[in-house]
Design a binder for this molecule. Structure first.
Ligand code: SF4
Length: 339
């Protein structure tokens, strides 16, 4: 711990970039730089920081500007909601805090758009309070140096990395420490091709010693859940048989039997279709690993010619035909309403 802490600060004193927000302890300027640099590279954000501080030297100046003026300056940074939020927060500070930034981590968290990371950054850089920042750079340095293979975006991983960052924090020099570890992650222990060959902590870095630099940190891939909207048609004939079709290959429930189906891309289209139909029961929700299905079952009639396309089965015969769990749930709940 001590060795890493010292090495980070020594490295930072020599290698740090000269950036204007590092020469100030004014919480307004620090907040401004943090908001501008969210989702933005330093070289891209720097001119915006200079424009904003020149146009609005105090938080009250920013609050009193029109939204149009703020957005005009913001132009080119993208994410206009961030520009609008910046303006709204300046107004909140002017209105509710008399233009003075809160001087505690807790107080800073009350500001719109300020989460734990930004609050820790302002608390340490402006007030030298002992709060560890934990951003992507910090996750990476900690994961590699200590060889922690917990996913940085899992709740357990986040907890452990936050605890580790808190332990590592230099409580006597939190501002310097936080700047140092973030800069080290940005320039030295980079996501791709970190400079391990000339790294001051190469002899104690677990990732390097165990040849896992490229694998760490671990991030869980977010599985995208596909939403699907099904309307099933209950078609009965005079013999109390219902129409079924077999599901095609390359989709869920391949080869299983289901009622005639119309699938929609979105909920609005499905509800427009349902408007004048006779719906049996309420909405059914069915959750699969990568899909979430919303389904309705409607009673409908059809021309005799259409029946030829379907397999007509009574409920007894259905027992010999595999059906999806969703259809089974529906039949258990509503078998008395089918005919
Ligand atoms: S040795 Fe490489 S992986 Fe380890 S801290 Fe240094 S730059 Fe990062």
């Amino acid at each position: 711990m001590n060795a890493l802490r010292q090495a980070l600060q020594d490295w930072y004193k020599v290698r740090q970039r000269d950036l204007p927000w590092r020469h100030t302890q004014d919480p307004y300027f620090i907040w401004l730089s943090e908001i501008i640099l969210q989702q933005t590279r330093v070289d891209q954000g720097l001119p915006y920081y200079l424009k904003f501080t020149a146009a609005f030297p105090t938080v009250k100046d920013l609050a009193n500007a029109s939204q149009q003026e703020v957005l005009n300056l913001w132009q080119g940074l993208g994410y206009y909601s961030r520009g609008r939020n910046l303006h709204a927060t300046a107004q909140q500070i002017t209105r509710d805090f008399n233009g003075v930034f809160p001087d505690s981590h807790e107080g800073l968290l009350k500001l719109k758009g300020v989460g734990p990371y930004t609050a820790a950054a302002i608390a340490s850089f402006a007030y030298n309070l002992p709060h560890a920042v934990v951003d992507g750079n910090v996750f990476r340095v900690l994961s590699r140096y200590f060889g922690v293979d917990l996913a940085i975006n899992s709740p357990e991983g986040k907890r452990q990395f936050e605890a580790l960052a808190g332990e590592l924090l230099d409580r006597y020099n939190p501002a310097l420490h936080n700047q140092a570890i973030m800069e080290f992650g940005a320039l030295q222990c980079k996501p791709v091709s970190p400079n391990c060959a000339v790294c001051p902590v190469q002899e104690s870095c677990m990732a390097l010693l165990s040849n896992k630099v490229a694998q760490l940190p671990i991030k869980l891939k977010k599985v995208k859940v596909r939403k699907r909207f099904f309307v099933y048609h209950i078609l009965a004939n005079a013999q109390n048989q219902l129409a079924f079709q077999r599901r095609a290959p390359k989709d869920i429930w391949e080869g299983l039997f289901e009622f005639p189906l119309v699938e929609f891309d979105n909920s609005e289209d499905m509800h427009a279709y349902l408007e004048d139909k006779l719906v049996i029961g309420a909405k059914f929700q069915h959750v699969l690993t990568h899909q979430r299905i919303e389904a309705y079952f409607i009673k409908t009639s059809m021309k005799d010619s259409a029946k030829a396309n379907y397999l007509m089965l009574d409920l007894m015969a259905l027992e010999d035909h595999p059906i999806p769990r969703l259809i089974d749930k529906f039949l258990i709940a509503h078998s008395s309403e089918l005919f």
